[in-house]
Write a protein that binds this ligand. Structure first.
Ligand code: PEP
Ligand code: MG
Length: 573
């Protein structure tokens, strides 16, 4: 018998786990129509309204089904689609198009495409996700208008690996979880809603695989690794055995991690640490709790500003921060003030184009010069502090003046709120992100001003090594294991300890098993990681005693190259 040729593909692992099964292509029929001019615009508007109502009804049904399998927070991702359709601006723009004589299909397409173009232009993952949502809504509305049926994924056979150009949250809602061994897509990233859903539903997924649809045939045997992003079509026997063994190991590992659920985070010799989470929107506070996080060490507030066409008001921001605080039920919530610029653009702010945006007029620098914008955010955070254990954190601090000016503004806002009789936490701590080489060098002075530090290794690595975090050509330089970066981290923690302020870490390195003994030895007190990593990190911390961590650290800090450090840690840990 002729065997098929093995094909190796690579994408982004977006939901962990090993998937082994047979490929099932989802062919989407395009929602095609012939544009026509309408004269009875009233009847056409009514047709649009009926389609919109049917879409919302259908989506709510899907959301309820999803709620039963994946939980309310995930179902709310789908309910967002209803909010988009009911958006007064989208409705009035569609009406305008129809009033000009376009048919409802063309009107929907034109208006949605305008939003999609706007969101895609931002070029960041979160806003790109927003444009994916509008694409999903557009297809749904067109299908309603054209009377097309939904793609049904209920009856796929067992051990199916779904393969589709773009996986939408509405498709995810229709899955028969028991039969799905994995998901492969051509578009999408870790921040995609479908990626988040796959993770919660425990379905391994690899997304963003170039030319996937050109390589994939239904019925082909497939292996996928949702951690590394590797995919093998028509694998040989040896590859199948390797993946089966890895799946078994992972299953065991996950079972072992579960033993740490509900337990405090303690080293082998009894030191207790705070193990909190990084989140990007208020709903993720629930994800932090579900994953047994002890609070939130970094709430990136950029999303509030990015998924919009104008600045969010104090009230809108207050509600978002309050929601996160309430979901955490008294557990700490560190809210980072707006960290725009660098790789995070906000189109409507009209930021000037800069030759070197990572070193430009960004984050705290921008906020201190746009005091109204900053004041609005600080007031909103202060108001939310009446509903939980809220802390304020300033990003990209490079000098003492920035901390003093930021704190002075906090005090001004506090006195305004006092006069207005609005409640807030009088003792709210104000800390800073230590994420620049400058902050590392003057950490002792900064520690006199700040109530806490949180080390942002994602930027600290870049600014210490003069290596762009997104540039593959300098990936060897952009490494937290570079001796200069390790010294920087050590110096920051030491300065914090000398001034008796807590020092946490919210960069990706906080969850790196190779770095954890060093962080224990340096004296870090708080680890802030992405929610799914909580149990893994708690388990790693539990392995180490201080003397063992000190021994590893002494050796590492005596090695002058990244290569030697990496080799030593890989062989020792
Ligand atoms: C960091 O720089 O490490 C950090 C946590 O902030 P961000 O990744 O949002 O820049
Ligand atoms: Mg940063």
């Amino acid at each position: 018998m002729k065997t098929k040729k093995t094909i190796l593909l690579k994408g982004t692992g977006t939901a962990p786990g090993i998937g082994i099964g047979d490929l099932w292509r989802i062919e989407e029929c395009p929602a095609a129509y012939t544009p026509r001019q309408v004269t009875d615009t009233r009847a056409e508007k009514q047709r649009f309204q009926q389609a919109a109502a049917a879409f919302c009804e259908n989506t709510e049904r899907q959301a309820q089904a999803l709620q039963a399998t994946a939980g309310k927070e995930q179902a709310d991702i789908l309910r967002e689609h209803i909010t988009i359709v009911q958006d007064p601006f989208l409705q009035s723009e569609t009406d305008k198009q129809i009033a000009s004589g376009q048919c409802a299909e063309a009107a929907v397409e034109a208006v949605c495409d305008r939003f999609i173009a706007l969101f895609s232009a931002a070029g960041d993952e979160l806003t790109e996700q927003r444009s994916a949502d509008v694409r999903d809504v557009k297809t749904g509305l067109l299908r309603q208008l054209l009377g097309m049926s939904e793609v049904s994924l209920k009856n796929v056979p067992e051990n199916t690996v779904l393969c589709v150009k773009e996986m939408t949250p509405s498709m995810m809602a229709g899955l028969n979880r028991e039969h799905i061994a994995g998901i492969l897509t051509e578009t999408g990233s870790k921040a995609s809603h479908s990626a988040i859903l796959a993770k919660v539903m425990g379905i391994p997924a690899v997304m963003g695989i170039p030319d996937l649809m050109a390589s994939a045939c239904s019925g082909t045997a497939v292996l996928l690794d949702g951690d590394t992003g590797e995919v093998i079509l028509s694998p040989d026997e040896e590859q199948q055995q390797q993946y089966r063994a890895r799946r078994e190991t992972l299953r065991r590992e996950y079972a072992e991690r579960e033993l740490f659920r509900g337990k405090p985070t303690v080293s082998a010799d009894g030191t207790v640490y705070e193990l909190v989470c990084n989140i990007g929107n208020p709903q993720e506070a629930a994800l932090a709790i579900e994953n047994d996080g002890e609070g939130v060490g970094l709430f990136r507030t950029e999303f509030l500003f990015m998924n919009q066409t104008s600045l969010p008001t104090e009230e809108e921001q207050f509600r978002a921060y309050q929601k996160a605080a309430l979901l955490l039920h008294g557990k700490p919530l560190v809210i980072r003030t707006l960290d725009i610029g660098g790789d995070k653009d906000i189109p409507y702010l009209g930021l000037a184009k800069e030759d070197n945006p990572f070193m430009g007029f960004r984050a705290i620098r921008y906020c201190l010069h746009h005091r109204d914008l900053f004041r609005t955010q600080i007031r909103a955070i202060l108001r939310a502090s009446a509903f939980g254990k809220v802390r304020i954190m300033f990003p990209l601090i490079t000098c003492v003046e920035e901390v003093r000016q930021g704190k002075a503004l906090v005090e001004e806002c506090q006195s305004e709120l006092r006069t207005q009789g609005i409640a807030f936490d009088e003792a709210i701590p104000v800390g800073i992100m230590a994420e620049t080489a400058a902050a590392g060098m003057i950490a002792d002075w900064l520690a006199e001003e700040a109530d806490f530090f949180s080390i942002g290794t994602n930027d600290l690595t870049g600014y210490t090594m003069a290596a762009d975090r997104g540039n593959r050509n300098v990936a060897d330089w952009y490494s937290v294991l570079q001796p200069s970066v390790l010294r920087m981290i050590q110096a920051i923690i030491r300065a914090g300890k000398n001034h008796h302020i807590p020092v946490g870490m919210c960069g990706e390195a906080a969850g790196d098993p190779m770095l954890i003994p060093l962080l224990i030895s340096f004296g870090l007190t708080e680890f802030s990681v992405s929610p799914p990593d909580v149990l893994r990190v708690r388990k790693t911390i539990a392995r180490w005693t201080k003397p063992q961590a000190d021994e590893v650290t002494a050796k590492v800090m005596s090695l002058p190259t990244q290569q030697e450090i990496k080799e030593y840690l890989q062989n020792t840990i």
